[in-house]
Each structure stands twice: as C-alpha cells, then as structure tokens.
Design a protein. Structure first.
Length: 213
C-alpha cells in the first residue's frame, strides 16, 4: 500500500512538473509590429485600469504614494496601464518599444492576491515589485513594473542597465498569476480600456502623439 502511494505521489509530481514546464513557461511566437510609434503590451492578460496621473495631484497615502514614487522619473503627468495575468496567461514580459534600460529597482513587499484590488490604479501597490526604467532613442521615458501576487513568489528580469532591447523582445518573467503595469509620459495616447484582453508583444496599448527630444 505504501509503495502504491509513493508511486502515485511520484507520478503526480512528474505530471505537475511537466505541466508547469509546458504550460506556465510556454513562449509562443508573436507578431511584433516593429513600429517605434507604438507601445505594444508587455504582458498577456486583461487590462484592469487605464489611469491618467498628474504629479501635483498625487498625495502621499497608501495607494497614490506608491504611484508618486513610480512616476517621479517620467514627468509631470502621463498614463498608467495595469494588466492582470491569471494562471492561464503567458507569464513572460516583452519590451513595449525598442529602448535602453536606464535602471532597475527591486522593492520588497507583500504577496496579496494580485487579482483582488480596489484602488483606481489597478495593481497591488503594497506587493513585491521590480521596476524597469527605459528610455527610447527619441528620449521618451517609461517604466515596466513587474508585480508579484498570491502565488507569484518569484520575479525575474533578463535585462541589465545600459542594455538595449528591441520591441517585443522578452525582458522578464513572473511565476504564476500576477500583474504588470506600464507607466507612460504625457504625449502618449492609450488605445485600450479596462477589460480589454491583450497579447504580449502584439496588442497595441498606446501611440506616441508628439515627438520627444
């Protein structure tokens, strides 16, 4: 009886590992637009918020305070697009547009359920996160924020400061369900709304409306 139980347990573990490798770590081919006037989605999932932010209106409270920190290098105003990923989504992140990584910053935090939140910004501001700060050749600055969730206890990024990436290039991975936020400056016009489904590297999230020096 004990041998049968051990065999069943071993079989379950083998199947679980294989399922994880094949399903959660899958990386499908994407049709990258290769258009530097467009921001493509860095993540596969559902848009939960498209929020316009203004520096002078952000106050230091539990929610807006974190957004104030995240937006301080971007400008006086802009847009925040939050995407949630459940366990069925591809969990690799891609570069929204060709650019150079200026810096990366890991912020320790909690591991609350990323799919349950009530603030207007669409992401768990108190959760662990990794922030990737990019600049395009035209001088436009933006950030991709990888946010951990209840089951996502590991965030990885595959880029280093001063490294250049092409639009659609894989830049990171968040294990299991979680969130990704894209912080954009003024002069960029979002093309999605809450509840839209997006595909990493393919779906256009925003267009660049004005030239950047």
């Amino acid at each position: 009886m004990i041998k049968k139980n051990l065999l069943a347990l071993a079989l379950f573990l083998i199947i679980s590992i294989a399922y994880y490798q094949v399903w959660f770590l899958r990386q499908p081919e994407r049709n990258i637009p290769n258009n530097e006037s467009l921001f493509v989605s860095p993540a596969n999932g559902k848009v939960v918020a498209v929020t316009h932010w203004e520096k002078e209106k952000l106050s230091w409270n539990k929610d807006a305070g974190a957004v104030q920190v995240l937006t301080k290098d971007i400008g006086d105003s802009g847009w925040l697009i939050a995407i949630e990923m459940d366990i069925t989504n591809v969990h690799f992140q891609r570069a929204p547009v060709s650019s150079q990584l200026i810096s990366e910053e890991y912020t320790p935090g909690q591991f609350n359920n990323a799919l349950i939140q009530k603030n207007p910004y669409g992401f768990r501001v108190e959760n662990e996160r990794n922030t990737l700060f990019f600049k395009t050749p035209a001088g436009l600055k933006y950030k991709v924020v990888q946010i951990a969730g209840l089951m996502a206890r590991r965030i990885e990024d595959y880029v280093e400061p001063n490294q250049t990436v092409k639009q659609g290039e894989v830049i990171g991975l968040i294990k299991l369900g979680s969130q990704v936020a894209l912080i954009l400056p003024e002069g960029v016009q979002p093309t999605v709304k809450a509840d839209d489904k997006v595909v990493d590297g393919e779906t256009i999230l925003a267009t660049i409306q004005v030239p950047v020096n």
